[in-house]
Ligand binder design. Structure first.
Ligand code: A3P
Length: 325
């Protein structure tokens, strides 16, 4: 196992094809070459502060939603110790003109460390950023810098059932294909995912690592599930705010945050209908689709469903984790 910051050259790492592009395996997980370089830079250069908040997720599990929610909570909710001092009425801006989410995609406010900050050539200087800093990463727990693991900074993770994750991923990566190429064959995507080959995958290992950490250190790692947030947004947004040390005292504010960050609202904002992400050139609209739990039923055959359920149950056996399959 190679877990040092200086990894082997790419041509000495195990390689697999994902959507006809190469992914490389490092320390048990699969990465695009650029993400791997960024991960190495992040591991050697990131200095965590005790009040940093790191959001973590596999791809397509509700990252954008989590980014919007945490950004909104941290912007509008006072920290517990300040709550008494501040006039609550002044905190929540209720007209759209004041809401930064109207102007930009949530990823502009909560940047992904290995995509937007530690880009291979020139990492951004984040040392002067005002606290508390809010970042996101797709890196597995084992690949996080020690500085994050050993500091008091908090981690919020979002998982999703593997079948909806795969379908969401399939739609997302198809957006990068030309009309001539057409959609990538779903059965090939399925085989890849079952083998554990996907960006930052194996998906189930990624989820399990953070799950186990959340059991070991519940004050440090909050483990959320997309389906739970959908089923009971109020309960889970309150839990999230409490974990971030910014508890809600007013039900109306919880409802306001939920509405501001809802798929229906974000999806229909001009910036998300027509804007383009400046980092990878993706249409912002690609991050907002149906948000349905159980959308996998439109793509999976019965055999596929049974096979992935079986892999999931085997992997999660004894962990106490259930992924709403
Ligand atoms: P679907 O493709 O199933 O619709 P990520 O943000 O990790 O890339 O995940 C994208 C998935 O989250 C997509 O799922 C997308 O529609 C959904 N999503 C994006 N914003 C959301 C929001 N505000 N509320 C609920 N789901 C959201």
């Amino acid at each position: 196992m190679d877990s040092s910051e200086s990894r082997k050259p790419l041509d000495q790492l195990p390689k697999e094809s994902f959507w006809d592009n190469p992914l490389y395996q490092w320390d048990g997980f699969w990465y695009r070459a650029g993400h791997l370089d960024a991960a190495m830079a992040l591991r050697s250069q990131y200095t965590a502060r005790h009040d940093d908040v790191i959001l973590a997720s596999p791809m397509k599990t509700g990252t954008t939603w989590l980014k919007a929610l945490c950004f909104c909570i941290m912007r509008t909710q006072p920290q517990e110790e300040d709550a008494q001092k501040i006039d609550e009425g002044t905190l929540v801006k209720s007209d759209d003109g004041e809401d930064p989410l109207v102007k930009n995609h949530p990823a502009v406010y909560v940047q992904t460390l290995e995509v937007q900050v530690f880009t291979a050539k020139q990492p951004l200087d984040i040392s002067g950023m005002k606290s508390p800093r809010l970042f996101h990463t797709h890196l597995p727990y084992s690949a996080l810098p020690d500085s994050i693991k050993n500091s008091k900074c908090k981690i919020v993770y979002i998982a999703r059932n593997p079948k909806d994750t795969l379908v969401s991923m399939w739609h997302f990566f198809n957006k990068l294909r030309t009309p001539e190429q057409g959609p990538y064959p779903f059965d090939k995507a399925f085989e890849c995912f079952c083998k554990g080959v996907s960006h930052f995958g194996p998906f189930l290992d990624h989820v399990l690592q953070y799950w186990n950490e959340s059991l070991k250190a519940p004050d440090k790692v909050l483990f959320l599930k997309y389906e739970d947030l959908k089923r009971d947004p109020k309960g889970h947004v309150k839990k999230l705010a409490l974990f971030l040390g910014r508890p809600f005292t007013n039900e109306k504010k919880v409802e306001e945050v939920i509405w501001r960050c809802s798929l229906e609202r974000l999806k229909n904002l001009e910036v998300n209908k027509n804007g383009v992400d400046p980092w990878v050139g993706m249409q912002n609209s690609a991050f907002f689709r149906t948000g349905k739990v159980g959308d996998w039923k439109n793509m999976f055959t019965t055999e596929m469903s049974e096979r992935l359920d079986h892999i999931t149950l085997q992997k999660l056996e004894g962990s106490g984790l259930h992924l709403d399959i």
